[in-house]
Design a binder for this molecule. Structure first.
Ligand SMILES: Cc1cc2nc3c(=O)[nH]c(=O)nc-3n(C[C@H](O)[C@H](O)[C@H](O)COP(=O)(O)O)c2cc1C
Length: 181
């Protein structure tokens, strides 16, 4: 079972990427987590996105291939101004094409993440809507909306319970993928 993990933040010290790295480290037996990199994806422009995919940016081709190859996708998103970060929406817009042949259609997905007081839950609600609208099959629970200030200290995950919960999310996603994928 291969799960592609997409961080919704591209900064070097991203806690969402660290969370996915922890998921990769503690993944249950039989689940391989691969972390995607969206830092070099260009701004979406349909002028550069022909239906035959010829000439599409290498970073976009890579992301589309990684999504196609995976059994499921997990996204860990921060919340920016009560919504999804632009870099993540941009990457998903690229992944949602070519129209009708997108790698997202029918792909099982899970959403996690973190932020301030609300754990970034408003971004997660938006993200679920975008993923469903793109044809992904979004797992409803377990949910994970972390207050990063409480679980990370100096960039290190200090709350052991989070590891256990990450394992539950990954196992649930694998079950979900076996059921609907
Ligand atoms: C432009 C911007 C807007 C933000 N808006 C919110 C917000 O609305 N709610 C929230 O909980 N955190 C907000 N934050 C804080 C981020 O969620 C927090 O810095 C988080 O750790 C970023 O994710 P990362 O560590 O993966 O980069 C904002 C941060 C930035 C840079």
């Amino acid at each position: 079972m291969q799960i592609l993990a997409i961080p919704g933040s591209i900064r070097a010290a991203s806690l969402n990427r660290r969370l996915l790295a922890e998921a990769q480290r503690v993944a249950p037996d039989g689940i391989e987590v691969i972390i995607a990199d969206i830092h070099d994806i260009p701004m979406y422009n349909s002028d550069h996105d022909p239906a035959d995919e010829v000439g599409v940016a290498e970073s976009v081709v890579r992301l589309r291939q990684q999504i196609r190859a995976a059994n499921a996708v997990i996204i860990s998103t921060p919340e920016y101004n009560h919504g999804i970060p632009g870099v993540l929406k941009n990457a998903l817009d690229w992944a949602s094409r070519p129209f009708g042949k997108s790698a997202l259609i029918g792909k099982p997905a899970a959403v996690i993440g973190g932020g301030g007081m609300t754990g970034g839950i408003r971004a997660q609600v938006q993200l679920r809507q975008v993923l469903s609208g793109s044809g992904m099959l979004v797992m409803s629970r377990p949910e994970m909306a972390l207050r990063f200030g409480e679980v990370f200290k100096d960039g290190v995950l200090v709350d052991e319970k989070v590891h256990e919960n990450l394992q539950k999310v990954l196992s649930s996603l694998a079950d979900w993928a076996r059921k609907v994928g």
